[in-house]
Design a protein around this ligand. Structure first.
Ligand code: UT7
Length: 346
């Protein structure tokens, strides 16, 4: 009985910030941003908190899975921008949705790779047979850590949340097939938020020196992402005894369209297999994979048996890949898109 995805949901903040809006804020252009990243616009949370977005995404995923909140046995929230250092955003979401008390609820910090790491943890929890239904949320209000005066980073990020319910399937050939996950702490300085933790607590000085914002050496991260992720993808395919030609959808963390295309080209994957929504949302960190997965599911493109190659990379550095054979029948309620539209406006 392999672990598999039983339901998906997403939530987005209302405010849209376009490249043209950014042109008025920093020395940049729509042309530069789109050509270098593939981004046209992103969402920015104003009144919505990280746990608001995560709770709404999870509510939608539960509806899709036809489950009530009481049926959740464990809740994992992957986030690089948790609401507080503690308590966990998972506990805040638990309370918002009225999940039962007898659950495991915790945050997972693996930055943009968080959803993929979370899938591996959920897979292990389901395979342990101690947990039957695991809720996995990728939720971000990452723009809270963006320096809106730094053109190197402020054009890249956006907010949002996606959620998946992981359970088991009696069909042995479906579900989560293989994982290859990595971390390399020697590359930690390449992408970090230096202050606000116990290492550099908030002080007038840290604020003055903008140490609470995302700092990134983009070019280095770009090169490592392409090299490492392509190799992790090859590994998961090998473990599953599959070839690039068997992949129906290549769904990579939406950080930069050029990175995604470069990985796909190294793997020999054709363009129509690449899932892209970065133009509309930018880099939503741990939320990008579940948002993109929910969108292709809602579009009706995923068929039972579809082979999905997932890939991620981010601060840590962390990176990896996973192979998923889609096991769910298409849901008409979701296909109509009414539920998501309804809930997003709540
Ligand atoms: O999800 C977490 C993982 N993060 C990532 O995956 C990000 C990985 N990195 C990237 O996506 C890319 O490196 C960036 C999109 C961040 C930058 O693209 P790039 O092609 O690597 O550009 P660059 O950093 O090499 O900069 C090229 C030029 C520089 O000017 P000079 O030195 O050539 O005169 C930058 O100052 O572009 C300039 N530049 C900009 N120009 C207009 C940098 N940002 C901007 C901007 N608008 N927003």
């Amino acid at each position: 009985m392999p672990a598999t995805i039983l339901g998906l949901g997403m939530a987005l903040p209302k405010k849209v910030l376009t490249n043209f809006d950014l042109e008025k804020m920093v020395d940049t252009s729509d042309k530069w941003i789109f050509e270098r990243t593939g981004i046209k616009e992103r969402r920015v949370a104003e009144n919505e908190s990280c746990s608001d977005l995560g709770a709404l995404a999870l509510k939608n995923a539960l509806i899709d899975a036809d489950l009530s909140p009481e049926e959740v046995d464990a809740l994992i929230v992957a986030s690089g921008s948790p609401e507080m250092i503690f308590p966990s955003t998972a506990c805040l979401i638990q309370e918002k949705l009225g999940l039962k008390k007898e659950i495991l609820a915790f945050d997972l910090q693996a930055a943009c790779s968080g959803f993929l790491y979370g899938l591996a943890v959920a897979d292990a929890l389901i395979n342990s047979k101690a947990y039957k239904k695991v809720a996995l949320v990728g939720a971000e209000k990452i723009t809270a850590f963006v320096d809106w005066e730094d053109r190197n980073t402020c054009v890249l990020f956006g907010d949002g949340a996606g959620a998946a319910i992981i359970g088991s399937t009696p069909q042995a050939e479906f579900g989560l097939v293989s994982f290859s996950l990595y971390a390399d702490g020697s590359k930690a300085p390449l992408l970090c938020i230096p202050a606000g933790g116990s290492g550099m607590p908030a002080s007038p000085e840290t604020i003055k020196n903008k140490k609470h914002f995302i700092q990134m050496q983009g070019r280095e991260v770009f090169k490592l992402a392409v090299k490492n992720v392509a190799s992790a993808c090859q590994e998961v395919l090998k473990k599953a005894k599959l070839f690039p030609a068997d992949v129906d959808f290549f769904l990579a963390h939406q950080a930069n369209e050029r990175i995604i295309n470069a990985i796909a080209s190294q793997l020999g994957l054709s363009a129509e297999k690449i899932v892209l929504n970065i133009s509309r949302y930018g880099n939503t960190s741990a939320a990008s994979i579940p948002i993109a997965l929910t969108e292709i599911y809602n579009s009706g493109k995923l068929k039972k048996g579809s082979v999905i190659l997932l890939a991620a990379f981010g601060s840590g550095l962390t990176w990896g890949a996973a192979l998923l054979r889609w096991s769910k029948d298409f849901s008409r309620k979701v296909k109509n898109g009414e539920r998501d539209a309804e809930n997003q406006n709540n």
